[in-house]
Design a binder for this molecule. Structure first.
Ligand SMILES: CC(=O)N[C@H]1[C@@H](OP(=O)(O)OP(=O)(O)OC[C@H]2O[C@@H](n3ccc(=O)[nH]c3=O)[C@H](O)[C@@H]2O)O[C@H](CO)[C@@H](O)[C@@H]1O
Ligand SMILES: C=C(OP(=O)(O)O)C(=O)O
Length: 437
């Protein structure tokens, strides 16, 4: 279990280049299974979860070649189907959340898909019903081995397009169903589809492989099944969650930071939501410039004067993956704010650590926390903590960088899951952070 040692209280300065998006990469990598042709992907982030998925693809027989930093080719023309039934797969497949998305492509192309219960953040119940209901709607038989927590879907006679209304706009669920539907016979309509940029990118990639998907970017997708797909070249977008993390970091440490090439048109409500906390950010071409907030930042209020609240919602609403960062940034704002995490049940418990550091937070219930900002009149105090999940981890890291004294964060694998080379990149802009055993 690795740890970070962080000496806080120093302003940072400089430019930071966002990595490719983790959650898009996980979808895109699974899509290479849909064709025997070569697929070239650029801007793949070098992070634990993505590397685990690439390893899984290799075990499955995909030929993987690294052709440059973040650029790879993949060719799934001779797969090792026995791997899917091996004990090794049961162990390796459960190591991350994104592995669930190999099921849709395998089912579509070969008539069978298997997966152990996938890992990912322990942030509350994360059910997979949407995925499997979608496959069943497309004509697959479903079985689940409770003891082994092993899921299977089979459709020896192929899948058949249909109409479906998803019970929830699941991100990975929609990706899985779309990847199954592209090779089904006839037309599939998916209503209440998730439509994050990750999914828009996946659909655009599939279309460039020969799929016929319309409605991209909306919650109503129509997929006209095709016989087969061909290879393509795809470039992954900058990671909007990482970009949000750097905005929060800059504000809380009173640092002047430029985030390069952010893909502004794909950021949705993210810039506006930081502005609700009073954070200034300026669009300069495709960069975001955040000035040093020497006089702090003041929470805005609603038109009727009621207390500001920030909550998550399926896209184009505000992403749940940035709420922990909003919460930590709010601890030094001028004013009060209610953070309402509607989707996940166990994602706010990390506030205990912030309270230990001196933040004023009332955890109202597992979904809601009221933050009473210090307006920098009281600095957080350094402490030793354990990162419970990826976004709590980065939030605690931001808190530590702003705090007085030296903090230790354990279990940093959680951070490495989604942030490429974070210590080195932060050191390059002046952070005092080092990796300790
Ligand atoms: C690998 C990956 O891409 N992970 C992301 C993906 O996870 P993932 O695809 O696993 O998350 P889902 O979208 O399936 O579900 C998120 C949670 O919200 C609930 N739910 C979902 C939709 C909805 O309209 N209402 C609702 O309450 C679900 O029951 C579940 O508890 O999407 C999540 C929601 O953006 C993000 O936090 C994860 O980072
Ligand atoms: C919850 C997240 O990841 P995962 O779905 O992989 O657990 C996240 O990226 O914030």
């Amino acid at each position: 279990m690795g740890s970070f040692q962080i000496e806080g209280g120093h302003a940072l300065k400089g430019e930071i280049q966002p990595q490719g998006a983790k959650n898009e990469a996980l979808q895109i990598l699974c899509a290479v299974l849909l064709t025997p042709d070569k697929v070239t992907i650029h801007n793949i982030p070098d992070i634990l979860d993505v590397n685990k998925l690439i390893h899984l693809l290799k075990q499955l027989g995909v030929k993987v070649e690294k052709i440059g930093k973040g650029s790879y080719t993949f060719q799934a023309n001779d797969l090792n189907h026995d791997y899917l039934k091996s004990e090794k797969f049961k162990e390796e497949g459960s190591g991350l959340r994104g592995s669930i998305m190999i099921v849709g492509p395998m089912l579509a192309r070969f008539g069978h898909g298997y997966i152990p219960r996938p890992g990912g953040d322990k942030i509350g119940r994360r059910r997979l019903d949407t995925h499997f209901e979608g496959f069943i709607n497309l004509g697959a038989d479903f079985r689940y081995n409770k003891e082994e927590r092993f899921y299977g879907v089979e459709a020896p006679n192929g899948l058949k397009g249909t109409y479906m209304l998803l019970e929830e706009a699941s991100v990975t669920g929609t990706a899985n169903i779309v990847m199954a539907a592209v090779l089904a016979k006839g037309k599939t309509t998916i209503y209440n589809a998730a439509c994050e940029p990750y999914l828009q990118q996946l659909c655009n990639m599939l279309n460039s492989m020969g799929a016929k998907i319309s409605g991209v970017g909306s919650n109503l997708l129509e997929v006209e099944g095709v016989e087969s797909l061909n290879g393509c070249t795809h470039t992954i977008l900058p990671d909007m969650i990482e970009i949000g993390s750097w905005i929060g970091l800059a504000a809380m440490t009173k640092s002047e930071i430029t985030i390069k090439n952010v893909g502004w048109e794909h950021l949705g409500l993210i810039p506006a939501t930081f502005r609700k906390l009073g954070i200034q950010l300026e669009r300069k071409g495709d960069d975001i410039f955040i000035p040093a907030h020497k006089d702090g930042y003041e929470v805005q209020s609603f038109i009727d004067g009621s207390i500001m609240s920030i909550s998550d919602a399926p896209w184009p609403g505000f992403t749940p993956d940035l709420l922990s960062i909003m919460l930590v940034v709010a601890t030094q704002a001028k004013g009060d704010v209610l953070i309402h995490q509607k989707m996940f049940e166990s994602r706010l418990f990390f506030v205990d650590k912030l309270i230990d550091m001196g933040a004023k937070i009332i955890l109202c219930d597992p979904h809601r926390a009221t933050v009473i900002g210090h307006d920098f009149k009281s600095q957080l105090k350094a402490t030793t903590m354990v990162s419970p999940d990826i976004r709590a981890g980065i939030s605690l890291l931001i808190a530590a960088l702003s705090a007085k004294g030296t903090s230790i964060i354990h279990n940093i694998e959680q951070i490495d899951r989604g942030y490429e080379n974070i210590d080195e990149r932060l050191r390059a802009i002046g952070a005092k952070i080092k990796r300790v055993a």
